[in-house]
Design a protein around this ligand. Sequence first.
Ligand code: GDP
Length: 196
Amino acid sequence: GLFSQAAFYTTVNHMKDLPLHGGKEVAFVGRSNAGKSSAINTLANHTRLAFTSKTPGRTQHLNYFSLGNNNYLVDLPGYGYAKVPPDVQAHWEHLLSEYLQTREELCGLVVIMDARHPLTERDQGMLGWFAPTGKPIHILLTKSDKLSRQQSTQTLRDVKEFLAEHFPQCTAQLFSSLKKAGMDEAEAMIAGWFSA
Ligand code: GDP
């Protein structure tokens, strides 16, 4: 699979330190606790991969994983964590917005949202930063195992309806790291971005 060779590559805390790999990257972002690390680990079939990103001192960094073929997955810092000091928050906002708006190697963004409360204000802010690039965005509505089939179907429909109106380049799907559901769809989407 696309992620089967995933291995930690580097960690970055300043725009000037972004790697000059000349390849393509896909970034994962989401509200803290939405399930981003679990989703990355599930896709990579690896329980410790995104663990690196939770190492104290690295949580506010951009963590790069090499996927082979000069393709990279970038685990972006989670947002909305309450106890972040204002200076750290300001640095984070700057780094993330600069990265999303200017990184040429970035060919698509995966946004992780908890299926029980998708499209928070911060989530929409993130979409708003990246949407003007015109590059594709794919939303994983994760923890879908916590919803009934009917609830998850309705959630997906509502999210798609919102996206069609406000962020037409955005796609969305249900995902569950617990049940390993939605992996093929997510992988196919990301593989398509790398090969475009
Ligand atoms: P992150 O902060 O976005 O990286 O979130 P984590 O991946 O660390 O997940 C936060 C919490 O949600 C953890 O307790 C996970 O076990 C749980 N979690 C993550 N994904 C799922 C899922 O698909 N289903 C369920 N039921 N729990 C999940």
